[in-house]
Design a protein around this ligand. Structure first.
Ligand SMILES: Nc1ncnc2c1ncn2[C@@H]1O[C@H](COP(=O)(O)OP(=O)(O)OP(=O)(O)O)[C@@H](O)[C@H]1O
Ligand SMILES: [Mg+2]
Length: 387
């Protein structure tokens, strides 16, 4: 193993062992965004401690038009609608998309089939060449990068789980997971060591010598996930990774995924067309329709303030109390702390049973257990009553 590989493995160790960033110190109210030590912050919208304010990935004015003359169509002064594009014999698969994915967050892109999700995520890694726009990864403009540079970035800094990914049927689980490392030229012992660690991480220890055909669908999916993690990506793209699974296994995989993320703290772009999956996993969700992002925000934003009927349709079946976080109904501390408490990141539904007789408020705690505000029974009841 050379120095670089050792450094990479050490880096993985640190990622796996680090308990995660310390939350910001407490304060009076949710309206005060405080600078936390070491560039970390507590996000009141999601109730989670975010690694930093810095966007890992910025996507500005990105278009992808399939068909002839794409560039000239968007070069005109007025913005072409999807009908304009269709009339010109083109498909506006991605239309003027602007998003920022922050370090350490799970950013979910959702929308109906054909809304442009896969095309967008492929544009982000330039597997598909965007027609126009800017994509900045760690501040570097990917659209100005050479093909060689893009290959290097994809191989070393990005991980991808595709919608229809295939394992290599003639290779064992171990060889499949180690495959991207083999492409990187990492010698056998080192790549197999790392592959074993990833297999362990996704709960497949003992299956190293199995072939894909000997695994269930869910197990194959885990191999795909382990394989995409083997390169230790900074930015991880997952395109409907659980869609082919039946509901029970799908839920298990979602739990597994959240557990993995609590350890690995990757920056993740996750595609799904299932809103329940989106709200379980997302820090923020962007909803796509016809190639455009119609709304982006926290799950709460989307449920409480849907921007369009299309968004409302997605969010209609979701019980507010399961989505709205304690943090969003919190008021400032006023001296006396009630005896009972709840985490700022918890959904309102969890707060309801904690009010006892004569106890009209709960203390709200941040991720480190420090009181950051109060929540009133009346506010909780109001959300519960509205369903
Ligand atoms: N290579 C291509 N050439 C022409 N049109 C394409 C191409 N790839 C995708 N499209 C079109 O672009 C639009 C967006 O497709 P995309 O695959 O991004 O949708 P999606 O949101 O991922 O859908 P799904 O949920 O079904 O995976 C669709 O209308 C599709 O037909
Ligand atoms: Mg797709």
């Amino acid at each position: 193993m050379d120095g670089g590989q050792r450094a990479a493995l050490v880096r993985l160790d640190q990622e796996v062992e680090a308990p995660g960033p310390a939350p910001a110190s407490g304060g009076p109210g949710r309206f005060l965004e405080r600078a936390a030590p070491e560039g970390l912050r507590f996000d009141y919208a999601t109730g989670r401690t975010m690694a930093s304010h810095e966007p890992k990935l910025v996507c500005r004015g990105v278009w992808k038009i399939f068909g002839a003359g794409g560039k000239s169509l968007i070069g005109t002064a007025s913005r072409p609608t999807s009908a304009d594009l269709r009339a010109a014999g083109a498909v506006g698969a991605v239309r003027d998309v602007n998003i920022e994915v922050r370090e350490g967050e799970i950013f979910v892109i959702m929308g109906l089939s054909g809304s442009g999700k896969s095309t967008l995520v492929r544009c982000l890694s330039r597997l598909i060449e965007p027609t126009s726009g800017d994509i900045l990864f760690n501040g570097e403009n990917l659209l100005a990068a050479s093909e060689a540079r893009m290959i290097e970035i994809r191989r070393h800094q990005m991980g991808m789980v595709f919608q229809h990914f295939a394992l290599l049927p003639h290779l064992t689980v171990l060889a499949n997971v180690a495959f991207p490392l083999e492409i990187q030229g990492i010698e056998r012992a080192a790549r197999e060591e790392r592959a074993r660690r990833m297999i362990d991480l996704v709960g497949l220890a003992g299956k190293e010598t199995a072939f894909p055909r000997e695994l269930s669908g869910g197990q194959q999916q885990r191999v795909g996930i382990a394989r995409s993690l083997a390169v230790e990506p900074e930015l991880w793209f997952l395109d409907e990774p659980f869609s082919a699974l039946d509901p029970l296994i799908r839920r298990e995989m979602q739990d597994e995924f959240l557990r993995l993320q609590s350890v690995l703290k990757k920056t993740i772009v996750f595609i799904t067309h299932d809103f329940d999956e989106a709200i379980r996993l997302a820090d923020r969700i962007a909803i796509m329709k016809d190639g455009e992002i119609v709304q982006a925000g926290t799950p709460e934003d989307l449920v409480l303030n849907p921007a369009t009927p299309y968004v409302a349709e997605f969010t209609r079946s979701v019980a507010r109390a399961k989505v709205v976080k304690v943090a969003s109904l919190m008021r400032p501390l006023n001296g006396v702390l009630p005896p009972a408490s709840i985490r700022a990141a918890a959904p309102i539904a969890e707060a309801a049973p904690l009010f006892s007789a004569g106890n009209e408020a709960l203390a709200v705690l941040d991720g480190a257990g420090k009181p950051v505000g109060l929540i009133d029974r009346a506010a909780v009841v109001d959300v519960m009553m509205r369903g």
